[in-house]
Design a binder for this molecule. Structure first.
Ligand code: FE
Length: 199
């Protein structure tokens, strides 16, 4: 039985072109993201974990169940971190928080691209709220900020499957394209507004 479902992609597979090609999105969503959902369902079949939520599994499990549950969560967050055609620069509450934590939007961009480019191997680069302040972090493999009490605001996938067909080994160009043309600041603002420490 299918306990965990593959969330619908929030846009068409070709919608992120030209920055991220249809073939990349097709493989990434159907085979990679979909593969993690399928594997997770196999791993929890007949076990108490089958009744847990994805967030419960992320907080309480280790090993293969954690890896697959976290990758399902991370990919769902990644797709929503992008908006076809991009988005206006953040202003209002999020704009002020960016200025307060990084100095400027350009400083945030530089830190995000640098951190993601220099992260060794597979993983994720995140804009998070850490104790109510914005910061950039990276996590290896399937790991994610929820494990450390940080609230994810926006993320980019650093696994090669996210960019290799479009950018080969040039991760920096992929991250620049992500940041400049695809980053969904409306989604980021919605996440920032939900940060409990700010209330
Ligand atoms: Fe991925």
């Amino acid at each position: 039985m299918e306990h965990f479902k593959l969330a619908p992609l929030p846009y068409d597979e070709a919608a992120l072109e030209p920055q991220i090609g249809r073939e990349t999105v097709n493989l990434h969503y159907e085979k990679h993201h979909g593969g993690y959902v399928k594997k997770l369902n196999e791993l929890v079949e007949g076990k108490p974990e089958a009744k847990a939520t994805l967030e419960d599994l992320i907080r309480s499990s280790e090993g293969a169940i954690f890896d697959n549950a976290a990758q399902v969560w991370n990919h769902d967050f990644y797709w929503r971190s992008m908006q076809p055609g991009g988005c206006a620069e953040p202003n209002g509450a999020l704009g002020e928080a960016i200025a307060g934590s990084f100095g400027s939007f350009d400083d945030l961009r530089r830190e995000f691209v640098e951190a993601g480019t220099h992260h060794f191997g597979s993983g994720w680069v995140w804009l998070v709220s850490h104790r109510g302040r914005l910061r950039i972090t990276t996590t290896p493999d399937a790991d994610l900020p929820l494990r450390y009490g940080d609230t994810p605001i926006l993320c980019a996938d650093l696994w090669e499957h996210a960019y290799y067909l479009d950018y080969h080994n040039e991760r920096e160009r992929y991250l620049e394209a992500f940041f400049d043309h695809l980053a969904n600041w409306d989604f980021a603002l919605a996440n920032w507004n939900k940060v409990p420490a700010r209330r």
